[in-house]
Unconditional design. Structure first.
Length: 312
């Protein structure tokens, strides 16, 4: 089973408006509500790809209840196991507004519930137990208040001690702390890379992140596809065309494809081709955690993976 961790799970709400304009009132054309937060999205995509997957993290209050109900309902894509740890606080909501004219989205993410030291300890026990049955683990997203900033360092070390490959997808100080524990892979986007390295040149930034401890760095570069520095070589992966739509969750689909490829034993270039095509196909779905299967199958054969020269 592939385990995903979402410490700051969310009830994801997506509004569609014909055009987003600051300082004006909008008529919402469509509302979509989904169980969200990065790891939940990863698991939903994994389930749709036919992989057994389980989510853990925290859920609480009325929106936590709603999230769990929705999670049990999203069986169309395949079942996602629920090992979320109950907390007293209310799970956050995140709101994404899709601007249909521009073909992109603006997001508002609440900070999340306050986690008590006892709740954090309960989570650590649950996580240690779940690692026994995991073939891989992804640690995803921001930390809710109360969770120690070095949390991902602790979780990466536990996965490594249990012999479970671990991928980390977060940003800022939690990423810096997680890197020091030497995860198997990290998946920053261009902004996250720049924020922790101080360079806006993705290749130089990715090289720096690898030197800081990640065995592999897969950077998602929006319209420029993916840049991967791995122990087996370095590559760029680009789908044949970019599509406008809702880019929310495109990075989560990259993580899902990388984990699926890892447990299936695919070579890196094949994992990257799938990740780039799946990420592009996510933009055409109504919400994060979903992708347009027909678009994915159409893009995959034309997705180019080319070797990337890196400094020795
Ligand atoms: O990547 C998209 C997304 O997973 C949304 O579904 C939303 O829940 C958000 O990211 C959470 O990200 P954060 O970094 O705040 O944990």
């Amino acid at each position: 089973m592939i385990l995903t961790v979402t410490l700051n799970a969310a009830l994801d709400i997506t509004y569609r408006v014909p055009r987003l304009e600051p300082r004006s009132s909008h008529r919402v054309r469509e509302v979509v509500e989904r169980p969200g937060g990065k790891g939940l999205n990863v698991s939903r995509v994994l389930a749709a790809l036919g992989h057994e997957t389980l989510v853990t993290g925290f859920a609480g209050g009325p929106s936590g209840e709603r999230l769990r109900t929705l999670l049990a309902e999203v069986t169309e894509e395949g079942p996602v196991g629920d090992a979320l740890v109950p907390v007293a606080g209310n799970t956050r909501r995140t709101v994404g507004v899709v601007d249909e004219a521009a073909g992109d989205a603006t997001r508002f993410n609440e900070p999340g519930p306050q986690i008590t030291p006892a709740e954090w300890d309960r989570f650590l026990e649950t996580y240690d137990g779940l690692l026994h049955d995991a073939t891989a683990v992804a640690l995803c997203g921001s930390l809710p208040p109360g969770v120690p900033v070095g949390a991902y360092g602790t979780l990466v070390r536990a996965a490594r001690a249990a012999g479970v490959p671990v991928l980390l997808d977060t940003s800022g100080e939690p990423l810096v702390r997680g890197l020091a524990a030497r995860p198997d892979a990290v998946k920053p986007n261009a902004g996250e890379l720049a924020a922790i390295t101080g360079t806006t040149e993705p290749l130089r930034a990715a090289e720096q992140v690898r030197r800081r401890g990640a065995h592999a760095v897969v950077a998602s570069l929006g319209a420029d596809g993916l840049l991967a520095l791995t122990p087996d070589g370095s590559w760029r992966a680009e789908p044949p065309r970019r599509l406008a739509g809702n880019p929310t969750g495109a990075g989560d689909s990259v993580v899902a494809a990388l984990l699926a490829g890892l447990v299936e034993g695919l070579p890196w270039p094949d994992r990257l081709a799938r990740a780039a095509a799946l990420s592009a196909a996510t933009v055409r779905a109504p919400a994060a955690g979903e992708f347009d299967r027909a678009v994915y199958e159409e893009l995959l054969p034309g997705t180019k993976v080319t070797a990337q020269l890196v400094a020795a």
